[in-house]
Design a protein around this ligand. Structure first.
Ligand code: WT7
Length: 593
């Protein structure tokens, strides 16, 4: 949690005269005052008759002007590397789109991907969009439970994955996925020589059946394009649906918030299994015709600095957890690398500690520019801009075109809080193009996000007299661990499947690097006794079902879990006890519906 230190007036004003390129957004107030979405849309090319297709804007429209430029610069875990030009990417995505159509898959049906950061994943994402299918990424570190929950709820028709992920997470569940008619496997090395598992197709063989020159489907701005699953406090994960028109927001935020321009090498460290890795790890930068760096490997401080230097990264979009890991690797390390080409560094996903901003100013030679948004908003809503002073700890100011406010709820209505500094819920006025259009199969939950003409984010924040927003905390029980949003209900459900567990309550507890750590509290069924062996078994069970990205790191056994009168587990009370806070302060113990 961050809040402005009392009376703090320490801003970081960057001397832009030293930079070769002046910022895309030079005058924030002016850009806001004369803003129009029609003008924002006119920055894109569009298709005849008012059609708009994300893949066309990201790939095909660049072919005549920069067909030979590298669109995707892929670096593998090992020695392998691959550069894909805009022309090649256009051909590959056309092949994918037409090959999938050739399987009998209809526009609007869902193409899922479950894979690490390999080039084929990018081809599948953009190819699905090109063909008018709905693309839905899954994080490769999800276990079989989260994969199954999302694939079945999203009625995945096609799944692009790898042989090992298929074997570990999908094969056994396939009978319970009647909609899933095609599994396409990306095979490399030895895998490519092994026989194909029954009921699967080979990615390259499938592509060979497609045509390299088919045009993007003439989707409308309101045609569904992307589905991103996100977690709430209760129930199954929610499938937030986004439309092709979202590309207007992706492009505009790339321009203003990420300061992207021709010639840039852009690196977004988020995995495409999450919304950041799709909106900004694929779409936004490509609409700007830049070179996208994709690193298959996981975090490693030296590797990362080495990539920034060697790949001549100019704009870098990363996450607070990663920044904290870099901080742990020491301030001297970046000094061994030439980071002078890096023009702009931004972050998203969780609170960016003011210390991290100050650290970057010293160690990396510039501050980190925080941005705020959510799966539901589809793109950046609040940001710090290169031309504006940074107040370390603040998320910045609303994007031109976006109206944000701090509101309070009372009696089913909301009221905009007129006093700067008041803590309330961060709300947005609907109307930006990347706003989700529904939660799949859950229109009621979707409608519940809107009150009195505001979209309510579920985040608590405040705005200061200069119009800068400051994150305060979540209004609900969802957990943010290493930047990943985790629904406690999904974790509790997996624990309840264990024969020893009678009740489960899951919370996030503060942790210096990950932000929050997932901690489970369980009560045991009669006949089971607490022991270290049992607790280990519970953690292993949860990890098998949920995967390392979601599973709890700690478990504690209690005689019984605290509940409300209506029987809901009181996660907040568990949290108050864990943090040693006075329980009396939690006056509104009934969790929100
Ligand atoms: C939640 C959304 C942002 C896209 C990827 C994550 C938290 C996001 C910030 C920030 C503090 C932040 C909020 C938000 N969050 N950005 N700059 N400072 N908190 O999308 O998984 O839907 O998570 O992430 O709590 O509601 P998401």
């Amino acid at each position: 949690m961050t809040s402005p230190p009392a009376g703090a007036r320490e801003w970081i004003r960057r001397d832009l005269s030293r930079d070769a390129a002046s910022p895309n957004l030079r005058d924030y107030d002016e850009a806001c005052a004369r803003f129009s979405w029609a003008e924002a849309r006119a920055r894109l090319t569009g298709l005849p008759g008012g059609a708009l297709n994300i893949a066309f804007e990201a790939v095909d429209r660049h072919v005549p002007v920069r067909g030979a430029q590298v669109a995707l610069r892929w670096r593998s875990r090992g020695e392998a590397r691959r550069d894909v030009t805009y022309r090649q990417l256009a051909q590959l995505t056309s092949r994918f789109a037409s090959a999938v159509a050739g399987l009998g898959v209809k526009p609007g049906e869902a193409v899922f991907a479950l894979a690490g950061r390999v080039p084929e994943l990018y081809v599948a994402a953009l190819g699905a969009l090109k063909g008018g299918f709905v693309f839905c990424p899954l994080f490769s570190a999800f276990g079989p439970e989260p994969v199954f929950a999302r694939l079945s709820r999203g009625e995945g028709r096609v799944l692009v994955t790898t042989p090992s992920l298929y074997e570990k997470k999908v094969r056994a569940l396939r009978e319970r996925l009647p909609a899933l008619s095609h599994v396409v496997l990306v095979r490399s090395g030895d895998e490519a020589r092994a026989p194909l598992p029954e009921g699967t197709l080979d990615f390259d063989a499938l592509l060979a059946t497609g045509r390299p020159d088919v045009a993007a489907v003439a989707t409308r701005p309101e045609t569904p394009a992307l589905m991103h699953f996100t977690s709430g406090t209760t129930g199954t994960p929610k499938g937030a649906l986004h439309v092709h028109g979202a590309v207007v927001q992706h492009h505009l935020t790339g321009l203003y918030a990420l300061d992207l321009r021709e010639g840039d090498v852009f690196w977004c460290t988020a995995d495409p299994g999450w919304v950041t890795g799709t909106s900004y790890g694929i779409i936004s930068p490509l609409t700007h015709g830049v070179t996208l760096l994709v690193d298959e490997a996981d975090f490693d401080a030296e590797r990362w600095y080495g990539l920034l230097e060697r790949e001549r990264v100019t704009v870098w979009y990363t996450a607070p957890t990663a920044v904290r890991m870099l901080m742990r690797a020491g301030e001297a390390l970046p000094g061994r690398f030439d980071l002078s080409r890096v023009r702009f560094i931004a972050s998203v996903g969780e609170p960016l500690n003011p210390e991290a901003v100050w650290w970057a100013s010293r160690a990396l030679g510039q501050p980190i520019y925080d941005t705020w948004w959510q799966t539901e908003t589809g793109g950046i809503m609040v940001a710090n801009y290169r031309a504006m002073p940074v107040k370390p700890g603040s998320m910045g100011r609303p994007m031109p075109g976006v109206t944000a406010a701090i509101v309070t709820r009372a009696g089913g209505r909301v009221q905009v809080s007129p006093v700067p500094g008041t803590v309330g819920e961060l709300a947005l006025a609907p109307g930006w193009p990347s706003m989700f259009t529904t939660y799949l199969h859950d229109e009621e939950r979707y409608r519940a996000c809107f009150v009195d003409g505001w979209y309510l984010s579920g985040d608590l924040a405040r705005v200061d007299a200069d119009g800068y927003f400051w994150f305060v905390g979540r209004a609900d029980d969802v957990i943010k661990s290493s930047g990943h949003l985790i629904g406690p209900f999904e974790v509790e459900s997996a624990l309840l499947e264990h024969p020893a567990v009678a009740e489960a309550g899951v919370i996030g507890v503060p942790e210096p690097v990950m932000g929050e750590l997932v901690k489970a509290f369980v009560a045991l069924k009669p006949g089971f006794d607490d022991s270290e062996a049992l607790r280990k078994e519970l953690l292993a069970h949860a990890r098998r079902r949920l995967g390392p990205a979601v599973a709890p790191r700690e478990v504690a056994v209690l005689p019984a879990l605290p509940r409300t009168r209506s029987g809901k587990i009181l996660r907040r009370l568990l949290k108050a006890r864990e943090l040693g806070l006075p329980e009396g302060d939690l006056s509104t113990l009934e969790p929100p519906p």
